[in-house]
Write a protein of this length. Structure first.
Length: 398
């Protein structure tokens, strides 16, 4: 146990990630239904969900540029304070506009929280161990989401849909202890030219090709990942007539399969290459998503979502690992800010795509559209992005 706690990733990154993922997972089956309780259309529900992604997009570049000052520890603390405050505010909201506003602010805090952790993982894990270290991070995040989804559904059914937001805020407040006690203020180490000399525009000029090819692939990848969080609750509730607990159970089982795949995902990335993990991930997710409109019961929906969970699990940590591999050492903060901006753009686009198509046509065509996006991501990442594993595999220290 003592050796585990001495691991440089456990207390600064893994433990707080588990707690925040628990709280975030609680809201996954609840937020679409909470917004629907205000009389929202599919488009409005998509906007409420997308507001968090939009806030993250707004915060990504500033977070990357601020990585050296005020430093990783202060960025983590600032992000968690925003998350806790907005969770409480959402529980007290009286309109859809309030949910959108609080989602924006929470997303900005999430950008600070996410980029500071991504930079820490990039520096702490050598390239030959990076896939497994970041896949473990992804597995922990998914495990927290798994428990959180079941807990959120149960709390929502027992105490009402506002209660999970209060619990979420309390969890985020408790998580502040970890960066306060174990976080670091130092910025990532940089190359000979220094962080400030390259700068944001230097990163764009020097790395625009990879930001376009890998970035577009990641954009579509995150669209299908975020799209499933609106597709499954709405299809389960509106088409199949499942209650809050039924929707939460379907998503929890899918997440359980997802979480169990982190070790194979990391092993594949470090042993065979990053492509073997992320191409399979998004191709399988696309197939599973395309099966959802063909389901007609709890059991068949569970089969489709389990396939999605299996595919997503194969991609545990892949986009973070790819970003870490590609990031230049002398401008890591700026590059990771841009990389997260692209991915978070996809997370924003998923709910908006589903909501807008469902409003114009119906939920079925929207689901097929998001499935096609996932398959397109696998194609782009497979054919237009080079393999980034350049070192021999090394054993992971625990």
């Amino acid at each position: 146990m003592k050796s585990l706690l001495r691991n440089p990733l456990v207390l600064p990154v893994y433990a707080p990630t588990l707690l925040v993922a628990l709280g975030t997972g609680m809201l996954t089956p609840i937020l679409p239904l909470y917004a629907a309780g205000f009389g929202a259309s599919y488009g409005w529900i998509g906007l409420v969900l997308a507001s968090r992604g939009l806030g993250t997009i707004i915060g990504d570049i500033p977070a990357g540029m601020l990585l050296s000052k005020p430093g990783q520890r202060r960025l983590m603390l600032a992000g968690l304070i925003c998350i806790a405050a907005c969770g409480l505010a959402m529980s007290l909201a009286n309109s859809l506009w309030e949910l959108v506003l609080y989602g924006l602010i929470e997303g900005m805090g999430g950008a600070f929280w996410n980029i500071s952790r991504h930079a820490y993982l990039t520096e702490a894990a050598p390239p030959g161990q990076r896939g497994r270290a970041i896949a473990t991070f992804g597995g922990i995040f998914r495990t927290g989401g798994l428990v959180g989804q079941a807990l959120g559904g149960a709390i929502g059914a027992l105490l009402g849909l506002r209660a999970p937001f209060m619990v979420y805020a309390a969890i985020a407040a408790i998580t502040l202890l970890f960066p306060f006690l174990y976080g670091v203020d130092s910025a990532p180490q940089h190359g000979a030219h220094g962080h400030a000399k390259l700068g944001l525009m230097g990163v764009i000029r020097g790395h625009y090709k990879v930001l376009v090819s890998a970035g577009v692939g990641q954009l579509f990848a995150q669209m299908i990942r975020s799209g499933r969080n609106i597709v499954v609750p709405l299809y389960g509730a509106d088409v199949l007539g499942l209650g809050v607990q039924g929707v939460g159970l379907v998503m929890s089982i899918s997440s359980a399969i997802d979480a169990l795949m982190f070790f194979p995902a990391g092993y594949i990335m470090d042993r065979f290459g990053r492509k073997y993990a992320y191409v399979s991930c998004f191709l399988i997710q696309g197939i599973g998503m395309a099966l959802i409109p063909l389901t007609g019961s709890f059991a068949t929906l569970l089969f489709a979502t389990s396939l999605i969970g299996f595919g997503n699990g194969l991609g545990s940590g892949t986009m973070m690992t790819l970003g870490a591999d590609l990031a230049p050492r002398n401008a890591m903060g700026e590059f990771l800010g841009l990389w997260r901006l692209i991915g978070d753009g996809g997370a924003l686009g998923g709910p908006l795509l589903v909501g807008s198509i469902a409003d114009v046509l119906s939920l079925g065509p929207a689901i097929y559209a998001i499935a096609g996006v996932g398959m397109l991501s696998a194609f782009i990442l497979g054919f237009f992005v080079p393999e980034t594993l350049k070192t021999k595999p090394a054993p992971v220290r625990t």
